[in-house]
Write a protein that binds this ligand. Structure first.
Ligand code: FES
Length: 181
């Protein structure tokens, strides 16, 4: 055992010291490994930011259709809104939606809705259709985990989710491409 080694010889003693040192080094590396991704995500370099963008060709997404793309490992909904949805969004205002509309691109292209597909309750991915509603009369997004409902603009209509779906940073590169991130 370690105690026997320690008691027997000088070299046993130094071996124990080595083992202690090695253990500390592994411990420190383990902690650094756990902290690094967190620190890195708080202070990303320009290279990391460039790599973490996702470009989406929106030319094939028809009115009334949504596609889901992955950005930084998370789902992002890109929806080509119908005229009725745009009208409804303008009529039925909410403070948090007004905030996100400060984005000039969004005001210029109201037909595009871009949302993080992560429920603001506990992070499940909301569905574009409620099960048992084949005609899509429900509208918006339904979270299968605890039943939250977001309207066609991603605004919360029924909890337990406390907030609207978040809007990721995005910019239109031209009429056919949008960059998320
Ligand atoms: Fe969506 Fe709970 S995670 S309602």
């Amino acid at each position: 055992t370690a105690t026997n080694v320690e008691n027997k010889t000088e070299s046993g003693e130094s071996r124990r010291d080595f083992l202690l040192l090695a253990t500390s080094a592994v411990g420190a590396a383990g902690v650094a490994g756990a902290i690094w991704p967190f620190v890195d995500s708080m202070n990303p370099s320009a290279d990391v930011l460039a790599l973490s963008t996702t470009e989406v060709d929106i030319s094939q997404i028809e009115e009334g259709q949504s596609v889901t793309v992955v950005w930084r490992g998370k789902p992002v909904f890109v929806r080509h809104r119908t005229a009725a949805e745009i009208e409804q969004a303008a009529k039925d205002d909410s403070a948090s939606l007004v905030d996100v509309q400060k984005d000039a691109d969004r005001v210029q292209k109201p037909e595009w809705l871009i949302l993080l597909g992560v429920c603001t309750h506990l992070g499940c991915v909301p569905l574009g259709q409620k099960p048992g509603d084949p005609k899509g009369e429900f509208g918006g997004w339904f979270c299968p985990c605890h039943g939250s409902h977001y309207d066609t603009s991603g605004r919360i209509r029924k909890g337990p989710a406390p907030l609207n779906l978040a809007v990721p940073p995005y910019a239109f590169l031209d009429d056919e491409n949008v960059k998320i991130g």
